[in-house]
Each structure stands twice: as C-alpha cells, then as structure tokens.
Ligand binder design. Structure first.
Ligand code: UT7
Length: 347
C-alpha cells in the first residue's frame, strides 16, 4: 500500500510500463488436427485464417503460463514489486480459489492484492479497466495484469468446430500510476454485456447452476461449447459498436488510430470489424494466424508480438477492442509508450 499523495489532487491514470508474453512449447498445426479430426488445412485457413496454435502439456496449468508472462512483464518494467496482481482467465487452475494469489506468490509478491477477472475473451480489457480503477482509487500504485488461458484444457479434442480455433497462452502488462497525458496512459473505456445471450458460449457443468452430483457429468457438459455462427455475427457488430463508442467518447475518428488491436477471434471477424469501421486492414494488428484464439491472452500477446516486430512505436495511437462470452465486450485507447523490446513469445 502506498500513502495518498498530499497537495492538490491530480487524477491518477494507469500508464502501461511493462509488457511480456509466453506461449506453451507444443505447436499444433492444421495438418496435426486433420490427422485426428474430420477437417483439413484449407477449411481451417479459409474460415479462420489460423495455421497454427500452441497447447500446454499434460500437467501444465494456466498459472504456469501466467507466471512466465508476468515475470517477463515485470522485467520489462524494471520493477520487483507491485501492489496488485490481476489475472483475467476463463480457465483458472481450479474453480476455487482464484488463480491470481498463487501467481502473485510465485512471482515473489507476498501481500499483494490478487484476484481473477472473469469476462471470457473480453477479460483483458475488463482487467485493464479494473486495474486502472485500483490506481485511480489510490489502492495500488503498480498493478500486474495478466491475461492467461488454456482452452485446450476445456475444449473437447474431438469437437472440430472449437478445437481448430483455440490455442493456449499468457500475456501481461505492468501498469503504474501516472498522468493521463503521458504515453502509455490507458483511457476512454467502453465496457458492456448482454446476458440474454449467455447460452452462446458456455461450459455447462462445474458451477452452482449445474451442481456436482454423484457420477461423472456427461462429456459435453464439462466441455466448452459455442454456437459459432451466431457468436460470429455478434462479434462483428458488438466489436464495431464498442470501438465506435470509444472513439467518439475520446473525440477521435478512425483516422486518429494508427493500430487497431482486436481480440484475435478469427481473421475474418477481425477484417469484417476493420471494414465496418472503415479502417484499412493494414492498420489491424493480427497474429491469430500463428497462435489461434488465445482468449484473455490474445490482446497482450498481440501487443508483445507487434512491439517486438517494431510495428508499434512510441507515440502510435492504439484502439484495443475485445468480445467474448457473457456476452461481453470492451474497448480502450492508449498511446504507445517507450518500452524495451519484448522477448519472443514463441518458445
Ligand atoms: O473468442 C470468443 C468469440 N468466438 C468467436 O468469435 C468465434 C466465432 N465463430 C467462428 O469463428 C466461426 O463460426 C467458426 C470458425 C467457429 C465456424 O465457421 P463457420 O463458417 O461459422 O462454420 P459453421 O459453424 O456455420 O459450419 C459450416 C459447416 C458445417 O457443415 P454443414 O452443416 O454446412 O454441413 C460444419 O459442420 O462447416 C462444418 N464444420 C467444419 N468442417 C470442416 C465445422 N467445423 C469444421 C471443421 N472442418 N473444423
């Protein structure tokens, strides 16, 4: 905890000052999937753009990736200590307790506030808003925010519609208290939800609605389920609407956006959203082709990849937009800060 600053109150913004990401070591190509599923490389590439994804080994959990990504983000920020650790995930190590306290402990952050954010693939943007709130409220001066998911642990390996899309990974940022006009300051959020469509993306069993009962729940109840075609339509309209609301709230137009960094759901979705916003596709940062849809990890992993490649440079203006189960969606703006070049996210 840090003392409340004396003197005239200056609004404390959250400023991005560290970035890191980590993928697991096992690569799964479309050809690998075609060997065990009724699918093929052409179908997967034309419908999703995806060529490869990475998955955890048996025994490897979400926190293992989260710790690696968190360590890299702390090193990138050049800090040893943070006041809070927030983990956005849909695949926690267990239903109880949250994954964040164990991640904080393994990162040498005893006593730090630690909790999970559950907003499915929108988790990172919700986590950014939540972390910015901790900083603005004076609860924390520095926050480590990690988006981490291991969808391979909840997707039925025989479900060809979902097994081809998802990959595992973790991405992390460090946020510090700073001024709203500094490069790296996150702001102009738009967050929303529509629970009337909660059944479009679900894991049926394992919560209080469908309780544990003697005997095993059916395979389909334990696994991730998604009504892909309907989700696709919502993803395009909700992401475009959220992006527009954020831009207009900030008084920006699409011409002010150097890079649009969307949740990496499916290449066709990302291009459709860019087209709906009249944003040239070259300004849309994508890496879904080489890592798949990594859930809450996808935006920070895309940032780490693009920063490493030199695509993101200090002063560039970014629009981040996510969409996921709930349904949930959210966007935020930030001007890219000076950061050390991130390590390679691939193993
Ligand atoms: O991150 C959270 C948000 N999630 C998303 O944004 C994902 C949104 N949805 C999607 O990306 C797409 O809906 C999918 C990639 C999941 C599916 O693509 P689609 O073009 O919407 O296909 P579809 O589900 O409408 O299926 C079309 C056909 C079906 O066959 P019939 O009924 O026309 O004979 C499917 O059975 O394609 C079949 N199909 C496949 N064929 C070969 C479904 N999966 C596969 C597959 N390989 N892997």
């Amino acid at each position: 905890m840090f003392p409340t600053p004396a003197g005239p109150s200056v609004p404390s913004s959250a400023v991005l000052c560290g970035l890191g990401g980590r993928l697991p070591s096992r690569a799964v190509t479309n050809a690998h999937l075609a060997r065990r599923l009724d699918t093929d490389d052409t179908w997967i590439r034309t419908r999703t753009g995806i060529r490869r994804r990475y998955v955890v080994d048996p025994g490897q959990a979400t926190s293992d990736l989260a710790v690696e990504a968190g360590r890299r983000a702390l090193a990138s920020a050049g800090v040893d200590r943070v006041d809070a650790v927030v983990v956005a995930t849909t695949t926690p190590d267990r239903p109880c307790p949250a994954t964040a306290p164990a991640v904080a402990a393994r990162l040498g952050q005893p006593g730090a506030a630690a909790y999970d954010v559950g907003a499915v693939c929108t988790g990172f943007v919700y986590g950014l808003a939540s972390s910015a709130g901790l900083i603005a409220a004076g609860v924390a001066e520095r926050v480590l925010l990690i988006g981490a998911d291991t969808y391979s642990t909840i997707v039925d390996p025989l479900d060809r519609a979902n097994a081809i899309i998802f990959g595992d990974g973790a991405g992390a940022v460090v946020l510090r208290a700073g001024r709203p006009d500094e490069p790296g300051a996150v702001g102009h959020f738009d967050l929303g939800s529509d629970g009337a469509h909660e059944d479009l993306i679900t894991v049926a069993a394992g919560g209080s609605r469908q309780r544990s009962r003697p005997g095993e729940p059916g395979r389909e109840e334990r696994h991730f389920a998604m009504r892909g075609r309907e989700v696709y339509r919502h993803a395009v309209t909700r992401m475009a609407a959220s992006a527009r609301a954020t831009l207009s709230g900030a008084g920006w137009t699409t011409d002010d956006v150097d890079h649009f960094v969307p949740h990496q759901a499916n290449l066709r979705i990302l291009h459709s959203v860019a087209d709906a916003l009249a944003l040239p596709r070259e300004r849309c940062v994508t890496h879904v082709e080489s890592v798949g849809n990594t859930g809450a990890a996808s935006i920070p992993l895309a940032l780490a990849d693009a920063a490493r490649a030199g695509t993101l440079r200090p002063g560039h203006r970014l629009l981040l937009t996510a969409f996921g189960g709930g349904l949930t969606w959210g966007s935020c703006l930030l001007t890219w800060p000076e950061l050390p070049r991130p390590e390679r996210i691939t193993p």
